[in-house]
Design a protein around this ligand. Structure first.
Ligand SMILES: Nc1ncnc2c1ncn2[C@@H]1O[C@H](COP(=O)(O)OP(=O)(O)OP(=O)(O)O)[C@@H](O)[C@H]1O
Length: 214
């Protein structure tokens, strides 16, 4: 079943980034988007994850045309069904790591998974303020926060960018396990072709087109 449908997307800033791009994502499916710096990967991710309206084309999430949807229905999808993991972590910086997870717990009414904290190796630093954590620890707290919400689609932009390669692979494994267990899908934007190859499908954004590589 398709949980994401991107139809004929085009977008430009100073130059045309991509033109007439279409693809879809099924439950449990993981797809990677790779491509040169500046090719528009992050912009495409923003568009399909409801953050940026495309100049043309449409995006359906769970069958709903998100840029032609009433605000409260869109807010519901954002809150309950999608999880964003970006490089800038959007953690509440005045709070401890645990308090950040509690916010997700309250908003989504899903309990914090203590096992997840262990798997991410953050259980020992979870009471510390976000500002006292390393970049890699903050990254893992933001991953824990997103997974606490139990999203049906994870949108991730270089989610392991601050992590060493062993930890990066462990974190990807955790994402994949999460998708399998929860019937969730994932769209991963990355420069790391090794990580991309772990996904079910790989697309390259190049010459304004999205080309299937795997
Ligand atoms: N909000 C914006 N306003 C104007 N230009 C933008 C905006 N966002 C991105 N751009 C431009 O669009 C182009 C594509 O940016 P984008 O971040 O989507 O590429 P990317 O493929 O993800 O790059 P990288 O791999 O370096 O992260 C860049 O030239 C960038 O400067």
């Amino acid at each position: 079943m398709e949980i994401l449908e991107a139809n004929n997307l085009s977008h430009s800033f100073d130059y045309k980034l991509f033109d007439d791009v279409s693809f879809s994502l099924n439950k449990k499916e993981r797809i990677a988007i790779i491509g040169m710096s500046g090719s528009g990967k992050s912009t495409l991710l923003h568009i399909i994850s409801s953050l940026l309206k495309p100049q043309s084309g449409s995006v359906k999430l769970f069958g709903e045309d998100i840029y032609n949807l009433n605000k409260s229905k869109l807010a519901e999808i954002k809150r309950d069904k999608i999880g964003l993991v970006f490089q800038s972590h959007y953690l509440f910086r005045g709070f401890s790591a645990y308090e950040n997870l509690e916010v997700a717990e309250i908003l989504s009414q899903q309990p914090i998974d203590e096992e997840l904290l262990k798997r991410l190796d953050i259980e020992h630093c979870i009471k510390q303020k976000v500002t006292e954590l390393s970049g890699g620890q903050q990254q893992r707290v933001s991953i824990a926060r997103v997974l606490t919400k139990k999203p049906e689609i994870i949108f991730a932009d270089e989610p392991t960018g601050n992590l060493d390669s062993k930890t990066a692979h462990e974190v990807m494994e955790l994402f994949f396990e999460y998708c399998d267990k929860n019937d969730a899908g994932m769209v991963l934007v990355t420069h790391d072709t090794g990580l991309a190859q772990l996904c079910d499908k790989v697309y390259r954004l190049e010459d304004k087109e999205l080309k299937r590589e795997k």
